[in-house]
Design a protein around this ligand. Structure first.
Ligand code: NOJ
Length: 496
């Protein structure tokens, strides 16, 4: 901690010590999240199939920082008991994790179900339930079986049925015990990031592939949701949705209002409007915008493939709640004539002719894309309620990225506190936010950033063969929050 950090922290503590405790309603649940490829390791344990991340990082080892990969990661394939223990230490009510499709179905298809894969998740689910922790299970968190990637992956329309077949296996195996499901994690990440050389399958196809993928993820989600409704819901009474990445955008000047709305439609609308809007289908303005662009570029068909009327109906309304991944906020402005536009990390900027900026009053986190503006979360929750009329929102991810390993991660604590405060305000405004799942339980493989950055409540020693996990101050803070059901514990932790 620098001298300045200490001063800021002391001010923060005194402010918080004097504030009154705000208690979350009893139905509000606290959790933490992880994802299979980021933590499990055991990449070729037993009969597990190869995932597209295995393939990418084994064949192009320089793609991720420091040549890292998830071959061992946090070794949760062996250390899952310790993971459960950490959930207990944190006082969690929810633990969100994902199932590795190729671990369960080595060929990608349900012709063979791996016994070891099946048992691994059975043990994890049973272990959590024994401790009174509810599993929240993601079916797909970026790790497609390579066998399916070889067949075109998310660009092949048949994937919607392949995904539904996989979903049926998972619901059949675990549906009696798992009551909250997320079909896909961040389809934006799957398509916009994966087809822009920032994630597996590491393709450079932002014009066509990313939009085929966009449509197919919507259909895949919808098929899995409908299948649960018809075959499993009557017996198991669970809820199904997906996790949608949402960065909140605000216009830099009143002049930028329209382009900001378009930006929200481009980023979030393409993955939310087909499912959550009353009318379904693509957000009309962005569809028009992309159709015009495609014509100008000489394409004979829309690059964002049109939905048939039947498909619109298939996808529309396929949710039981809104699963929200929220991290940060950006200001949007129109690019000046001839201005160079960065396409990373805010994909789509070039297409829209926009520049994304940080407001000077928003403190930056440890990386330059991470502005801390918790009010953005509150605004976004309102926007979701106003735009789609959603009746329930579960925060499926929210977390703070750090570049050092410091165990005194007070900025993360402040980030959690401030975001919870905004959630509390939203609840007071009548928005039904039913839970907060922190990203992430422990440091893990952060995709192309490898192990260079961390989001964990627990630090993991990746040079230790035992992958020892150590609680950070944020873990102590969060365990006070979950037990006291209030965020006003910032004075606790550092001095305990
Ligand atoms: C979104 C993704 O779901 C997760 O896999 C990733 O690690 C976090 N955000 C942080 O970037």
């Amino acid at each position: 901690m620098s001298y300045l950090d200490v001063i800021v922290f002391c001010i923060l503590i005194s402010a918080k010590c004097c504030s009154q405790d705000v208690v979350f309603p009893s139905w509000f649940k606290f959790g933490a999240a992880s994802a299979a490829y980021q933590i499990e390791g055991g990449w070729n344990a037993s009969d597990k199939g190869e995932s597209m991340w295995d393939k990418l990082l084994h064949t192009q080892p320089r793609v991720a920082a420091d040549g890292a990969n998830g071959d061992v990661a946090c070794d949760s394939y062996h250390l899952w008991r310790r993971d459960i223990e950490m959930c207990v230490e944190l006082g969690l009510e929810l633990y969100r994790f994902s199932i590795s499709w190729p671990r369960l179905l080595p060929s990608g298809f349900p012709n063979h179900i791996s016994e070891d894969g099946k048992n691994y998740y059975n043990n994890l689910i049973n272990g959590l339930l024994e401790k009174g922790i509810e599993p929240v299970v993601t079916l797909y968190h970026f790790d497609l079986p390579q066998s399916l990637q070889d067949l075109g992956g998310w660009a092949n329309p048949l994937i919607a049925d392949w995904f539904a077949d996989y979903a049926r296996v998972v619901f059949t195996l675990y549906g009696d015990r798992v009551k909250t499901w997320l079909t896909l994690n961040e389809p934006f990440g799957i398509c916009d990031v994966g087809y822009n050389l920032q994630q597996a399958p590491y393709l450079n196809d932002t014009e066509v592939g990313r939009y085929l993928c966009n449509k197919n993820t919507m259909l895949a989600h919808a098929k899995a949701w409908r299948l649960y409704q018809e075959e499993f819901k009557p017996r198991y009474h669970g809820k199904v949705s997906l996790s949608t990445l949402f960065i909140w955008y605000e216009p830099l000047t009143p002049d930028d209002k329209e382009v900001t709305e378009l930006t929200i439609e481009h980023w979030e609308g393409r993955y939310a409007h087909p499912i959550f809007s009353k009318e379904g289908g693509w957000p009309p303005r962005i569809q028009q915008f992309l159709d015009n662009a495609a014509k100008k570029e000489g394409y004979h068909r829309p690059r964002l493939p049109t939905f048939t009327a039947e498909e619109i109906e298939l996808v529309r309304g396929t949710y039981d709640f809104y699963g929200l991944n929220h991290y940060t906020t950006r200001k949007v402005r129109k690019a000046k004539f001839g201005e160079e536009i960065e396409s990373w990390p805010f994909y789509g900027s070039k297409e829209l002719g926009i520049v994304l900026e940080n407001d000077r009053s928003w403190p930056l986190g440890s990386v330059d894309w991470f502005a801390m503006y918790p009010e953005g979360l509150w605004k976004q929750l309102h926007w979701l309620k106003d735009t789609y009329g959603v009746q329930e929102i579960l925060i499926t991810e929210n977390g703070y990225v750090n570049v050092d390993d410091d165990l005194n991660d007070w900025k993360r604590m402040k980030y959690i506190r401030d975001n919870l405060e905004q959630i509390q305000y939203a609840i007071e405004d009548g928005i039904n936010v039913t839970g907060y799942i922190h990203w992430t339980l422990m440091d893990n493989f952060e995709w192309l950033a490898g192990y260079k950055v961390n989001f964990g409540l627990y630090a993991v020693n990746f040079t230790d063969p035992e992958r020892k996990r150590t609680p950070r101050e944020s873990a102590r803070y969060y365990s006070k929050v979950t037990r006291g059901r209030s965020y006003d514990y910032l004075h606790v932790g550092l001095y305990e």
